[in-house]
Design a protein around this ligand. Structure first.
Ligand SMILES: [Ca+2]
Length: 380
């Protein structure tokens, strides 16, 4: 969950990704060819490593942030705000190492690469991942059931998210989070269209990391995660661990890297916090009345649920009879399929909740389909 980056942009490029950064999973999945672009978010990073080389002339060198003016000043401010010893904060920020790989991976990816839902889907809904998901569900069935009872979030959705993010903990990231966040906070790539805002975001995450370290009683340089600082099975950013982390195995610590129970409870609480509604479908099929469909109007709000079922039908969408009177707001979701025709579904408010984890309709669809595929294996 790094905020940031949609792995694959929604129907139009966005710079906001709320939760997850599964860079390791993406890289392994070879998604670079699928995603055009952007990966940035409020919280996070880029999912799709850029192929653009960092020019040697401008590439930051490695080195510590000890003596770095803005970093040291920020450490002092943090200490004052939080009542920490100033030398403690400056010592840890000063020990952070500038990491050029983090900056290279965060740089915007080239645009113009066609998106391809079918190719994207095939990377995630495949036997290795579904079998790992089956084992995860079997191993943690009681915990998943407890999370569903407590937070109203179904097991299949939690299983889908953790599977897409990290292949059930197999790829949680090997970057030192202290280095990644400090690098992004003080050396964010200036060519990024929202460099200032992104750097400010990462300064907030650095503060959250130090807060978390004090709370958990661990050294700030021990955390490992993605290049954007997302950690553990569900790839939570530090601030989201603070807001949504759950000690679901009741051992006194929130440990998203080593405790599947804590990861399960935290994912469920996160989705509940963003408004998951138990029992509501995520999406359903749609057809169009070719003679009167107003596609541009339907696509206008992108994935934000905006239309009533009645309004959608007035704009030429043909909904399945069982959803013709759906009571919540809806969005038309468009998925590109490379050179083949685009496909469409109608997303409900619950579909939108999943995109709060990663602002991408492709991400949400992959999570849903993986979770449902594993659920089917469980029922076999
Ligand atoms: Ca725990």
């Amino acid at each position: 969950m790094d905020p940031a980056v949609p792995i694959v942009p929604t129907s139009r490029p966005r710079w906001l990704r709320l939760q997850a950064v599964f860079c390791s999973a993406l890289a392994l999945a070879g998604l670079l060819c699928v995603a055009p672009a952007s990966v940035q978010a409020q919280s996070g990073g880029t999912l799709t490593p850029s192929k653009r080389a960092v020019s040697p002339a401008s590439a930051p060198t490695t080195g510590s942030y000890a003596g770095h003016g803005p970093a040291m000043a920020f450490a002092q401010d943090m200490a004052q705000r939080n009542g920490w010893p100033a030398d403690w904060a400056q010592n840890w920020v000063g020990q952070a190492q500038r990491n050029p790989t983090v900056l290279r991976l965060m740089a915007p990816t080239p645009t113009g690469v066609p998106r391809n839902w079918e190719a994207y889907r095939d990377r995630f809904i495949e036997p290795v991942r579904t079998q790992a998901g089956l084992r995860f569900w079997q191993d943690h069935a009681a915990t998943l059931q407890r999370a569903e009872a407590e937070f109203g979030v179904p097991a299949w959705l939690i299983v889908g998210i953790i599977g897409v993010e990290t292949l059930y903990g197999q790829h949680t990231g090997r970057f030192r989070v202290l280095d990644a966040l400090t690098t992004l906070a003080f050396d964010f790539p200036p060519e990024h269209p929202r460099a200032e805002a992104r750097a400010a975001f990462f300064r907030g995450e650095l503060e959250a990391l130090l807060t978390l370290s004090r709370k958990e009683g661990v050294a700030p340089d021990t955390w490992l995660g993605s290049f954007a600082g997302a950690m553990g099975l569900p790839q939570f950013m530090p601030s989201n661990i603070g807001k949504f982390g759950v000690d679901f195995d009741a051992d006194g610590h929130i440990d998203l890297r080593n405790s599947p129970a804590d990861a399960i409870g935290s994912v469920a609480r996160y989705l509940q916090g963003f408004g998951w509604q138990a029992g509501m479908q995520t999406h359903f099929p749609v057809a169009f009345d070719a003679g009167r469909v107003q596609l541009a109007t339907l696509m206008g709000p992108d994935i934000l649920p905006t239309f009533t079922a009645q309004q959608m039908q007035e704009l030429g969408a043909v909904l399945p009879p069982e959803y013709a009177n759906h009571s919540g707001k809806l969005a038309l979701v468009e998925l590109e399929n490379g050179p083949r025709p685009r496909s469409y579904v109608v997303g409900t408010e619950n579909f939108y909740v999943i995109t709060r984890y990663n602002q991408s309709s492709y991400y949400a669809m992959a999570v849903i389909e993986l979770g449902r595929a594993v659920e089917a294996l469980m029922r076999r």
